[in-house]
Design a protein around this ligand. Structure first.
Ligand code: FPP
Length: 249
């Protein structure tokens, strides 16, 4: 349970509440290793990981983060054994059913980045329903990256852009970075400020390729299911110490 509270002291440092990152991307890695370390099946790690993102979303809302984009299923995850893919799909459905009422009540807005057309009709319906009933939420946005890959997103955006050019809705001379970004799944969301990857890996793994252009990165050895509000504090404090120059001096 998380409550609005003052950030706790971490290494004698506190968060600057005036410089909380608006948009945090999270690669929820290490579920399998967490489960293995406890002698549990991999799906138990994913289940615990789903609880962790629910708790972290609440915590982030309490400190003023506006958007969390969480990598829940990548375009490459289809290559996992069918049993694990099925378990992830079942878990996602369960999560949607479970959080929908809570999100409606606490004004959390649910969004998705990625191409969900490959999901079962039942799952697509649950996703569309959750998006619809939480669309007015103004507490925090939880944007799940589902069947998401940064390269796939850029290809899909390019196709849509080309379609609009062919239909004379847009001239090729009008295309610039700002116009292109309107075709991405994250259109309308603030710039990604911080990307967090736990579990010891230091890769982007096709996550938010376009959006990560000026994001700060924070890594940790902790497996995602164990990620706590104190870890989020540590990531934000580290972020606040960075000198973001955006290519300037
Ligand atoms: C990576 O851990 C994690 C994933 C591939 C999926 C993340 C999914 C969840 C947290 C659960 C589903 C989310 C929701 C919101 C329902 P890994 O399996 O690669 O871990 P490992 O590297 O230790 O094997």
């Amino acid at each position: 349970m998380f409550f609005k509270r003052k950030p706790k002291q971490q290494n004698n440092e506190t968060m600057d509440m005036a410089r909380i990152p608006k948009h945090i991307g999270i690669i929820m890695d290490g579920n399998g290793r967490w489960a293995k370390s406890k002698g549990l099946p991999r799906k138990a790690g994913h289940r615990q990981g789903a609880k962790t993102i629910e708790n972290i979303t609440d915590y982030c809302a309490s400190i003023g983060v506006e958007v969390i984009t969480a990598y829940a299923f990548s375009t490459e995850n289809w290559n996992r054994p069918k049993e694990e893919v099925d378990a992830l799909m079942d878990l996602l459905y369960e999560y949607l059913i479970q959080v929908e009422e809570k999100f409606k009540n606490d004004r959390t807005k649910f969004m998705v980045s990625g191409d969900v057309s490959r999901f079962s009709p039942k799952l697509q319906e649950a996703i569309a329903h959750a998006i619809d009933v939480t669309k007015d939420g103004d507490r925090i946005i939880i944007n799940l990256a589902l069947n998401y890959g940064g390269r796939d997103e850029i290809v899909r955006a390019s196709k849509k852009l080309y379609g609009d050019i062919c239909e004379n809705k847009l001239s090729v001379d009008d295309v610039n970075e700002e116009v292109f970004s309107r075709y991405l799944d994250t259109y309308g969301l603030p710039e990604v400020d911080l990307i967090i990857r736990p579990s010891g890996e230091q890769r982007l793994s096709n996550f938010l390729l376009w959006q990560a252009a000026y994001a700060e990165f924070w890594y940790s050895d902790i497996c995602w299911p164990d990620f706590s509000s104190a870890d989020m504090d540590a990531a934000i404090i580290a972020y606040q110490k960075r000198d973001r120059r955006y290519g300037g001096v």
